[in-house]
Ligand binder design. Structure first.
Ligand code: FAD
Ligand code: NAD
Length: 465
């Protein structure tokens, strides 16, 4: 240790990096974490998961009051939007949670090196003009918005924005065009639709939510349409010009054809995210990125250079906070000589709209490519709690291996799908069969009983349909 400053130096304090740093320190390793932002917590806490959920939660209440959902329960209210206060509670949530990470760093004796880190060699980085040597360096630099050629984002002007700008709009747009029918487009499009905007979603593919189960994509599209979002599928945006306080977009059919124009007060560019490696000096460490700009690792999160590790959005796999966190724990344990493992086959994903959309494991299409499957489906309209709560939309779908009955995937659309998916992930982690879920006692009346009924439907025996 004599000539090393640290056992572990983590670059980036997002959910991957800050968790890796805390676990490394808990394991007795001398640890530092470099972060260039003014606050810890990365994309997730500062401009991602947390502020988006703060706006989703608040706008859901507003919508319930405005769209008659509360009146259905005997509560007559006429909501009045106080947008600055809504933003205020978002900012408070971010401040509280990012400050919480700073507290955890102090508690666990993790040094925060303030500034952007750059490799100066295989075991050294420079941060704010000072060089540090570390036995192990973990790259957890995360990702940022993928730019769309011809559509220039300027968050300050609040006309063409990315997700960060869309969280902070000072007024509700009359017409918002969302480019990309993925997770960000649907979550933030939903926020502004609920608060009164007309929302048009332009999606390049023939359906929204790529990567999800086909039934889920189709039903989600139907539900969002019913809520008032207009979709232009198989369409691409080729240009956006700002004219005064509005943007004029040029749209073309994805397969080619006549262009049309569309005017919007706000345009949200949400066509994906790309790994952050620019300015990191990877070449000085002897590292290169793959064709998608990601840093490749082995099963232990080691890169091709011994002593340099990588986790989170900067490596292949879904760009999700909980995946980054689990990799953070695993990499620290591997560095400490323990066995840190992440089962990448069981990473749940959730879209936090109303209803929520969640999935884990294989889609029905993927499962069928691998062999014979049995599928059980149960509608939320048959679930007593969902019905009582006036939440009839959605379903649970359990996909099991036709021979072994082992659960291969679970997909859910339900008001609390994000909470319900946890039991499916846990069951799959334990190698459960659909019968194991079907014969597990579920509390009544809960939305989760629909998971049990869908599992019962795998062998054709649900009770409530
Ligand atoms: P990041 O969180 O991106 O953190 C990387 C950090 O590294 C950043 O703070 C950056 O400043 C810092 N950094 C970069 N380069 C350097 C350098 N050279 N030196 C020092 N520091 C550096 N995921 C979910 O699971 N659930 C959600 O609900 C969800 N909602 C989202 C909503 C939005 C609007 C967005 C944009 C993303 C959302 N995500 C969500 C995705 C989630 O935020 C990411 O998957 C997660 O933050 C990745 O964690 P990470 O640690 O790999 O990187
Ligand atoms: P995404 O990959 O989820 O969706 C992007 C969409 O844009 C796709 O449907 C794609 O077909 C479409 N697209 C691409 N180019 C296009 C073009 N030129 N014109 C029209 N459509 C185009 O990406 P995102 O929504 O930007 O989210 C980025 C990442 O952030 C995701 O990987 C996601 O995992 C993560 N995220 C997660 C959550 C969550 O877990 N709830 C929330 C927000 C973001």
């Amino acid at each position: 240790m004599a000539d090393y400053d640290y056992d572990v130096l983590v670059i980036g304090a997002g959910p991957g990096g800050y968790v890796a740093a805390i676990r490394a320190a808990q394991l007795g390793l001398k640890t530092a974490c470099a972060e260039g932002r003014e606050t810890l917590g990365g994309t997730c806490l500062n401009v991602g998961c947390i502020p988006s959920k703060a706006m989703l939660h608040a706008s859901e209440y507003y919508d319930a009051a405005a769209n008659g959902a509360m009146a259905k329960m005997g509560i007559d209210v006429t909501p009045k939007l106080n947008l600055p206060a809504m933003h205020g509670q978002r900012v408070d949530a971010v401040k509280g949670l990012t400050g919480g990470i700073e507290f955890l760093f102090k508690k666990n004796k993790v040094d925060w090196l303030k500034g952007y880190a750059q490799f100066t060699g295989k075991d050294s980085v420079e941060v704010a003009g000072k060089t540090y040597r570390a036995k192990n360096i973990v790259i957890a630099t995360g990702s940022s918005v993928t730019p769309l050629p011809g559509v220039e984002v300027d968050n300050d002007k609040q006309v063409i924005v990315d997700s960060t700008g869309a969280l902070e709009l000072a007024k509700v747009p009359e017409h918002m065009v969302v480019i990309g029918g993925g997770v960000i487009g649907l979550e933030l499009g939903s926020v502004w639709r609920r608060l009164g905007a007309k929302v048009t979603c332009v999606e390049f593919l023939d359906q929204i939510l790529p990567g999800m189960d086909a039934d889920v994509r189709k039903d989600a599209n139907r539900i969002f349409k019913k809520q008032g979002i207009e979709f232009k599928l198989k369409t691409k945006v080729t240009k956006a010009e700002v004219k005064g306080k509005k943007a004029v977009l040029t749209l073309e059919p994805a397969a080619g054809g006549d262009a049309e124009t569309l005017e919007a007060d706000v345009v949200l560019v949400s066509i994906g995210r790309r790994p952050n490696t620019d300015g990191l000096g990877l070449d000085k460490a002897g590292l290169a990125v793959n064709a998608r700009g990601q840093i490749e690792t082995d099963h232990d999160f080691g890169t091709q250079v011994p002593g340099i590790w990588a986790i989170g959005d900067v490596i292949p796999g879904p760009m999700l906070a909980h995946k980054a966190e689990d990799e953070g724990i695993a990499v620290a344990e591997n560095i400490a000589g323990l066995t840190g493992i992440v089962n990448h086959d069981v990473i749940p994903s959730v879209v936090y709209t109303m209803p929520e959309i969640a999935g884990v494991g294989l889609t029905e299409e993927q499962a069928k490519e691998r062999g014979e499957v049995k599928v059980g489906k149960f509608p939320m309209a048959g679930n007593s709690r969902a019905k009582t709560n006036h939440e009839p939309d959605g379903f649970v779908k359990v996909i099991a291996d036709a021979n072994s009955d082992r659960v291969l995937g679970v997909w859910i659309i339900a008001s609390v799908a994000g909470t319900m998916i946890a039991q499916a992930a846990q069951a799959m982690e334990f190698g459960a069969t659909s019968e194991d879920i079907a014969y597990t006692c579920h509390a009544h009346p809960t939305h989760s009983e629909a998971v049990k009924e869908a599992a019962m439907a795998v062998t054709g025996k649900p009770i409530h349909i």
